[in-house]
Every structure is written in C-alpha cells, then in structure tokens.
Ligand binder design. Structure first.
Ligand SMILES: Cc1ncc(COP(=O)(O)O)c(C=O)c1O
Length: 398
C-alpha cells in the first residue's frame, strides 16, 4: 500500500463515520476494471455493487452527463425537465405496464416510495401491512430496514415502524399465513441479492400474483439490484409470466449517478396526488440524461443478450470449480447475477480473489456474489476464470 493510499484511508477514518471499512482507495475506472491509488488494476465483478452495468466511463454516458451538466444541472420539480420526462416515457415503455414513474435518488428511497404508495392505496380501507421476505433486502431507511427481514440491519434501531409481516421466500404457504385483513401489499425481489442470490421459482412468482389478485393486494417487485438487463430482461420479473403492480429500480439505472425510480401499472399510476410525495433531486436532469444513455447503450449493444450468453459461460466456469472442490457447493442466479455457494465463509474467497486482481462480493455468509458489467466479453471472462482457478489453488491446493 503506497503512502498516498495510507494517507487517504487515515484521513477517511478521522472524519468519516465508520459505516464502511474501505480496503483501499479507487482512483479510476475504465470498462470492466478499476485502478487503486497504487496503480493496481482489478476486474470489478461487483460493478460498484450493481451500478456500472455498462462499464466504467462508457463514452455515451460520459458525453450525456457532460452535455447536460453544461446546460442545466438542476431546476426543481416546480418545473418539468425534458430528460426526466423522456426517461419516464422510456421506463414506462420498457416495463410494458402502462403506468407512470416517480423519480428519487436511491434504491431505498424508491422502495420507501412504493411502501408509501401502497399505504395510500389501502388507507381508505384501513389496510397498511406489507408482507416481505426473510433474507430479503430493501435499503437502509427506517421503513426499508423494517421491510428487510434481517436482524443484522435492524439491530439498535428500535422502535421500528409498524406495518410489516415476514414470510419465507419461495414458500407460498408461509405467505398465505402472513396475510390478514390489514395486508395491503406483498413486496419481494425477483432474485434475492444481498440475501444470497436466490431466484424466485416460477410457481412462487405466479403464486404471489394470484394471491395478490385474489386478496386485492398490490404486488411490488424490488428490481434495485436485478434490474436494467442484468438477468437478461430489462427487469427480472419480465423473465416470469407475471406483471407486478409496482416495481422499483436504482443502482444501474444512472450509470454511476444517483437516481431511483418507482414505476407503476395503470391501476396505481395516480395514487400519489399533488404534494403526496416529493424529492428535491428526483428526476434531476443530469442523472436522467445519464439514465437515458444507459438505456440506449443496453439496447444498442444488445447487453441483455450478452448478459444471458456470458452468464451461461460464467456459470459453466464456476460449475467446473464446484465439481472440483468439495468446499464449493452450488452456482445459482440468473444472467450475470450469480452466486457461488461455499461451505466456509464467503469472505475468505472474496479476499483470495482480490489477491489475484478480481473484485467480488459476499451475499450472506456463504455466497460469493458475481455482478460483472454486462459488457463482459469472452477474453476477459477467460482471464477472470484463470484468476479464480489460481485463487482456489492457493486456498485449497492442487
Ligand atoms: C434489492 C435492493 N433493494 C434496495 C437496495 C438499497 O439501495 P440503495 O443503497 O441505493 O438505497 C439495495 C442495495 O443493495 C438492494 O440490493
């Protein structure tokens, strides 16, 4: 570690709250890779945690940001701005739900908006409770940590808001048991991300839709991590034979700029009336321009097809290691959202991969998470599989 890296980390420790434990300093990124302050290059198979889906520094995204920044960076929501309108048109079109969009700045805020909208929709009947899922993840605001049925992110924050009930993922009977006369919605990820890269089964997704129809509940899908083409469709729910009433996205939407969105169907499009909800920066024209460029890149470079093709190759490569090493149990996920399930602590493998020049993430204690940029090509994947092979040799020996 260079003196410069040490110096920046020490400065961070002195003045930044210790919510993160940065291992190094990233000074630049290009395509699939980032460079640290010592000049070391890493393949970023985290995509900055699901954000850089079109790669770092994509020319179209950089150009769109620079162009809009020179024209107008912000104008408030007392006025409309054309990039935000165009982005809403595009998101509504690619969702196929025939609804409307609300913009905010992050995934947690998009989910918070979905929770508020569902409550408003059910208010006249006194319904407000939302069923969410164990091992799910929906963000770090008070409402969204409560929606996140995991003790580690709720601890110390009591009293938590009321109005959430928890069920087991991929278990319809447990969902039925969690529904009562106060229930207004069911909220889930189509592929649980932070909780361990667990896709919903076809029967489960269809069953949730059928339950929502039968009991007059809103189906809300959180696409913050799985959205924007990562699983081979714009949104992971589109890979199932269902349509939600509401879904959220953020992360990859802005190509590195902060933006979140709640997208509705026709039924829920006008539940938020004037002043019912707001965000100063929501629909910011620079972030919206970046998002329009991201969508253009995903379409013009056929990145959803690439996510499926390269996802299959990455899955095959990882499966080869599962076949070879007893400490590896399974590969699961969809497209380029894959998890390598291991017997021991996933963090040990993440460390071993980093030592070879590959950044990955954990998803729960026993899953290594792979979220590479969707621009991944075969040569780079080959390099990365070699790195993984070397790392596993170091951990378990030949
Ligand atoms: C599925 C899901 N929902 C919501 C969030 C929260 O998003 P943000 O950190 O942008 O608030 C995340 C973040 O990891 C996520 O994976």
């Amino acid at each position: 570690m260079s003196n410069k890296t040490k110096e920046i980390l020490a400065r961070a420790e002195a003045v930044m709250m210790p919510t993160y434990a940065p291992a190094t300093v990233v000074s630049s990124g290009k395509g699939l890779t980032v460079r640290d302050a010592d000049g070391l290059s890493y393949y970023d198979f985290t995509s900055g945690i699901g954000v850089q889906s079109v790669g770092y520094g994509h020319k179209k995204v950089v150009d769109a940001i620079q162009k809009q920044a020179a024209v107008c960076t912000h104008c408030s929501n007392l006025f409309a701005n054309e990039p935000a309108v165009a982005l809403a048109e595009k998101l509504v079109a690619i969702s196929g739900l025939g609804g409307k969009a609300f913009f905010c700045n992050s995934g947690a805020e998009a989910n918070e908006a979905a929770i508020k909208l569902a409550r408003k929709w059910g208010a006249a009947e006194g319904r407000y409770e939302i069923v969410t899922f164990r091992q799910g993840f929906h963000g770090r605001t008070l409402a969204t940590i409560t929606a996140t049925a995991q003790a580690w992110c709720q601890e110390g924050y009591n009293p938590l808001p009321v109005g959430f009930a928890y069920a087991d993922y991929n278990d319809l009977e447990s969902v039925k048991a969690a529904i009562n006369d106060k229930t207004v919605a069911i909220m889930l990820e189509a592929v649980q991300g932070e909780g361990g890269i667990t896709p919903a089964t076809e029967d489960f997704m269809r069953g949730i839709r059928a339950l929502c129809d039968e009991k007059n509940l809103l189906m809300i899908v959180d696409e913050v991590q799985s959205g924007m083409g990562r699983t081979g469709t714009w949104f992971a729910w589109q890979g199932y034979d269902v349509a939600p009433d509401l879904f959220t996205c953020a992360k990859a939407l802005g190509g590195g700029l902060p933006i979140g969105a709640l997208i509705s169907n026709a039924k829920t499009a006008d539940v938020f009336t004037k002043s019912a909800h707001a965000s100063t920066f929501g629909g910011n024209p620079v972030a919206a321009s970046a998002a329009l460029a991201v969508i253009d890149v995903i379409e013009s470079e056929r990145l959803m097809e690439n996510a499926l093709k390269m996802g299959e190759l990455l899955r095959e490569g990882l499966q080869g290691f599962v076949d070879k090493y007893d400490g590896l149990l399974e590969v699961r996920g969809k497209g380029l959202m894959l998890g390598l399930v291991c017997e021991g602590p996933a963090k040990d493998l993440v460390e071993a991969f980093k030592a070879q020049g590959l950044l990955t993430l954990t998803a729960g204690e026993h899953v290594v998470r792979f979220l590479p940029p969707l621009i991944l090509g075969e040569d780079d994947l080959e390099d990365v599989l070699d790195m993984i092979s070397d790392a596993l040799d170091c951990v378990w020996g030949e």
